[in-house]
Design a protein around this ligand. Structure first.
Ligand code: C2E
Ligand code: CA
Ligand code: CA
Length: 257
């Protein structure tokens, strides 16, 4: 907590964003990237976001991290745009962020100052976060949708969502958790779950993203079942913005299947 606060308050340059492509399986090309935060501290070394995001949430300063992420992601989105890298950037938000009334106006101001449309960003939220204060969350999420942003439920399948709750949420994408995808090619049970989630999403007229694809067999299954987007090490690992630009240009004509 002390090191992280120091990093944020004193603008020590220890944070960075990596980007991981999402492949549009229908178009056969990358149309989105997810921003994933990285922290390398002088004393602690590399600390996983799985660990420090939870710490920041509990210690009550996730807001400061999110602010940094949004700033950096929009700066990079402008850079991608100028480099003819036609991708929108997905940002991970936590529950507290959604309930923060200043976050949406801030995002809109920043986009305007870079002359970027709202379609250049989207947001991912975990379902556990959204269940806590459901009615209030819906109002805030609707404001994001009204502004033109796409919203995804992250880690889908690991939380508590009831069908009633899913029906009322103003989100347009389900992101299947990687725990169901990593061994998809060899696990019958995972195949049943993933197929069912894809059908569920289609009934609700939502898109589906599968994360954690590590081999071509799993990618082929997902394409066959009509999954819209695919993300995973098999396609590309999270990588710094400059590398992402190079990777994008090298893979413009790649046939993924
Ligand atoms: P997430 O949003 O579910 O992100 C997916 C995680 O899976 C990422 O871990 C990514 O690097 C990893 N991954 C992607 N493809 C594969 C694959 O093929 N195989 C395997 N084994 N892993 C894969 P990462 O970057 O360590 O992030 C962990 C979590 O930290 C994220 O899970 C997200 O919940 C959180 N996080 C990361 N960046 C941010 C951020 O800027 N803000 C917030 N609030 N949370 C963040
Ligand atoms: Ca995510
Ligand atoms: Ca996940």
């Amino acid at each position: 907590i002390t090191e992280l606060k120091n990093t944020l308050e004193n603008e020590v340059h220890e944070l960075s964003l990596h980007y991981q492509p999402k492949l549009d399986l229908k178009q056969g090309k990358v149309t989105q990237v997810e921003a994933l935060i990285r922290w390398t501290n002088s004393r602690l070394g590399f600390v996983s976001p799985e660990d420090f995001i939870a710490v920041a949430e509990q210690a009550g300063f996730i807001e400061n991290i999110t602010k940094w992420v949004i700033n950096q992601a929009i700066t990079d989105a402008a850079k991608f745009n100028q480099s003819a890298v036609n991708v929108s950037v997905a940002i991970n938000l936590s529950a507290k962020d959604i309930m923060n009334p200043t976050i949406l106006p801030n995002i809109l101001d920043l986009l305007a100052s870079h002359q970027l449309p709202t379609t250049s960003l989207s947001f991912e939220l975990t379902e556990g976060d959204l269940v806590k204060d459901h009615d209030k969350a819906i109002v805030h999420l609707q404001a994001f949708r009204d502004a033109g942003f796409e919203l995804a439920i992250d880690d889908f399948g690991t939380g508590y969502s009831s069908m009633a709750y899913l029906q009322n949420l103003p989100v347009n994408t389900l992101k299947i958790d990687k725990s169901f995808v990593l061994k998809l090619h060899e696990r019958d049970g995972d195949q049943k779950i993933v197929k069912t989630v894809i059908n569920l999403a289609q009934s609700f007229e939502m898109n589906v993203v599968a994360e954690g694809i590590e081999n071509i067999e799993s990618l082929a299954l997902l394409a066959k079942w009509g999954c819209e987007y695919a993300q995973g090490y098999f396609i590309c690992k999270p990588t710094p913005a400059d590398n992402l630009i190079t990777w994008y240009n090298e893979n413009l004509t790649t046939k993924w299947l």
